[in-house]
Ligand binder design. Structure first.
Ligand SMILES: Cc1cc2nc3c(=O)[nH]c(=O)nc-3n(C[C@H](O)[C@H](O)[C@H](O)COP(=O)(O)O)c2cc1C
Length: 399
């Protein structure tokens, strides 16, 4: 792994200072964690020259977050950087509270200094609460963030994702951010450097593949990035990428899955308390069809061929990355506890044909740290599915 040599820091910051330092840090495959101590040195040396440019970038991010649209707002800043963004949000958006997270304690301390605060992270800084202002949390990655830190009205990735070490890590970070957002929240991605690939040949990060399949709608971004075929880059200081988390999880084209129920791994009811019926993936269009779907959690209506009435259901089309027992896609349907279904669904019904009318998407599939975390999230999915189906927008199919 290549480390950043201090000799790589230019002496003079007068020529494109904001870009010069960052470029020396960027090396494909180097994770943000391995960069932190080098980066702390760089930031310390670059404070004076970076701040004016950072203010302009911070203004653009704050405008894109549009936090004041509902009066009071809570936002998440991922990447403390120089503190310019936290300062902008704290001072100009007085109705906001922000949680600023970073892997580097020194970065956070520097950000706090910009805000005129001193940080005692080791003394257990309070990261919860509704008081106005900025709170700080040192964490190595987004997995440390819990639902009670949010829900957020806006998330800003502040010159952070291109340092994550690869597309998978960046996608995981954005996915986790989306899960912490309220419907209608904005997700803003801003990378600091234009021409990120100069000298490294990596051509910069294309965010199109990172956000593909996530429940996010694009609402803005650099003008030259507008064409669908162009790579979606986020390194225009004035025009960050802006997405919105939809308030309803519609899918463009509802679809039907119909297949016999086959045996699964038996964890659903025994270990998780969430019984599922596994549909034979081969008879649901096979790998070709399943790979055309975003893997994740959907909701809709389900019934066995022998039944006359439909039941609310939530289903996972995915590869169960939390477990290590195979990576083929499966379709697991949890039929929600309608009282008339309870008796029928208590027994095994392998071989019976189940039909599922899929109406909406809830979230992408993810790897959870533990079984209880997965079960907690599935319970939240069930709640979201119930609300969506009760809204009347997804009428029960006729028998
Ligand atoms: C609504 C729902 C959401 C799920 N989400 C995930 C997920 O995000 N990640 C994951 O690894 N597995 C997820 N699963 C799959 C579970 O891991 C799976 O149901 C469990 O392994 C039980 O499988 P079994 O009944 O075949 O043993 C989800 C299942 C359901 C029903």
């Amino acid at each position: 792994m290549r480390r950043v040599a201090s000799a790589a820091v230019p002496d003079a910051c007068s020529t494109r200072p904001r870009y010069r330092h960052r470029r020396s840090e960027r090396t494909r495959g180097v994770s943000s964690r391995s960069l932190s101590s080098d980066r702390d040195d760089l930031v310390a040396q670059c404070t004076e020259c970076a701040l004016p440019n950072e203010r302009a970038r911070a203004d653009a991010i704050a405008r894109a977050l549009d936090l004041r649209r509902d009066g009071y707002a809570r936002c998440l800043i991922v990447g403390a950087e120089t503190g310019a963004l936290a300062l902008r949000i704290a001072s100009e958006d007085a109705a906001c509270t922000a949680l600023c997270v970073d892997a580097s304690a020194a970065q956070l301390a520097r950000c706090a200094e910009t805000l005129g605060k001193t940080l005692a992270l080791d003394a257990g800084e309070d990261v919860l609460g509704n008081a106005r202002g900025v709170r700080f949390l040192r964490c190595d990655d987004m997995r440390a963030l819990k639902p009670y830190h949010g829900p957020f009205d806006g998330v800003a990735f502040n010159a952070h994702l291109a340092d994550r070490g690869g597309e998978d890590e960046a996608r995981d970070a954005v996915t986790r951010a989306v899960l912490l957002c309220k419907p209608g929240a904005r997700v803003v991605i801003s990378e600091r450097e234009r021409g990120v690939g100069e000298g490294t040949g990596d051509g910069g990060m294309d965010f199109a593949s990172i956000v593909r399949g996530l429940p996010l709608a694009r609402v803005g971004g650099a003008k030259e990035l507008g064409e669908a075929s162009a790579p979606m880059r986020a390194d225009d200081d004035e025009n960050p990428l802006v997405f919105v988390v939809p308030s309803a999880f519609e899918i463009a084209k509802p679809f039907v899955l119909e297949a016999p129920v086959v045996t699964g791994f038996g964890r659903g009811s025994k270990q998780m308390g969430v019984p599922t019926a596994n549909l034979d993936p081969e008879l649901c269009g096979g790998e070709a069809f399943l790979s055309s779907l975003p893997l994740g959690v959907y909701f809709g209506w389900a019934k066995l061929a022998m039944e006359s009435s439909w039941h609310e259901c939530v289903l996972n089309v995915g590869k169960r990355p939390t477990f290590v027992d195979g990576d083929g896609a499966t379709i697991e349907v949890h039929v929600m506890g309608a009282s008339d279904a309870a008796k029928l669904y208590e027994r095994d019904f392998y071989g019976e044909t189940m039909r599922v009318e899929v109406r909406g998407f809830i979230r992408p599939e993810m790897r959870f740290e533990s079984l209880p975390e997965l079960v907690t999230r599935i319970r939240a999915d069930i709640g979201l599915a119930r609300n969506a189906l009760a809204s009347g927008a997804h009428a029960r199919p006729s028998a």
